[in-house]
Design a protein around this ligand. Sequence first.
Ligand code: LLP
Length: 421
Amino acid sequence: MNTKQLFAPTRTEISGISIADLASKFGTPTYFYDAQTIRDRIAQLQQFDVIRYAQKANSNIAILNLMRLEGVVVDAVSTGEVHRAKAAGYDLTQADHQVVYTADIFDRTALDLVVEHNIPVNCGSPDMIRQLGTAAPGREITLRINPGFGHGHSAKTNTGGDTSKHGIWHEQLDECIAIAKEHNLTVAGLHMHIGSGTDFEHLSQVCDAMLQTALKVGASLKTISAGGGLPTPYKNDDVNIDVDRYFQLWDAVRKQLESEFGHDVSLEIEPGRFLVAESGYLLTEIRAIKKMGEKLYYLVDAGFNNLARPILYGAYHPMSIAFTGESTSEVQDAIVGGPLCESGDIFTQEEGGFVCSRELPVASVGDYLVIECAGAYGFVMGSNYNSKPYAAEVLIDNGDVHLIRRQQTNDDLIAGESIPS
Ligand code: LLP
């Protein structure tokens, strides 16, 4: 249990740098990431043989480079993510599987890419096995199995069970092994990921499913992957996951398989959120405060074009105020919204789109509002809706402040468009 409040209602700094200075240097809205928080989370997972970062959570090449320098390898779900990994210095050709391609389909460019660079593939459908086997027989592959159950913080992040499109249905395992054999592919890895932000009980259920599945595949297996899904705290009463206990459960499965197969089995974990969520802050400025009937609105200069999790899942993000004028300890209930011409552009909403208010410090126009725990699925799920440019991203490392992506310009917005002549 946390004794100290994780999230305070006000703040003056991010990673030890004054918010006023950050805002005047980079403007708002801007994403800031604290490098040390990422390193701390990596350190917590060191017991696993391989930490494979699910870069979909935050794929800025500076973040990927940080991961690489810490010995973390990556997962890629598109040719774009493979390209990012390469740009961040990952070696596609190395036998130690620095980059693995995980998906439920190959689009044609992805199939060409994994064949050309010999990138290891985690197959999420029988068709992927066939297509890879036809184009590049004789390889080792990993199968992503849907164990028939799943769990997530929202129905939209549940990736197991028959309402999920992900993975190979557990009852189709034999058929998939046969397809692999037909194409001279060896099933060398198994992978399960049942959902994002799931709870400990469900995560540990995956261990049993993995054990049973792995025993059916047999001694060709060299690797098992626990997938991602480790939850992180977003609220003061959220409890941190017991990583050691989680590792013990997986290690027991691995050891059982090793004694069964008579050789080493490598244990991978594939988190996204866990590594980056808490490192990220979306700094916004309050540009208007207004009342609609009895309801009070703080309107900031970031919208769901910058952070889509609240409108998509009703996700809760902690928020704090950085005063520019006099500070106060008084609080009031406010609804926090953005600038977009869409009534769903509200950061304080529950799943289903129900607008709710949040107790926040009494603030003034010109104060900053920081949306916290925004490092995972924040920037990467942004858009140019309403022709809003992508925000800048900044990495703060040991007091050094690095711009790792400049804000888009208006010309960036129309680059690639053309008027027929
Ligand atoms: N591995 C696979 C195969 C995945 O599909 C995912 C997430 C992960 C690992 C990493 O999951 P994590 O450790 O981050 O929970 N946009 C949603 C989350 C979608 C996750 C999709 N797959 C959100 O903002 O909560």
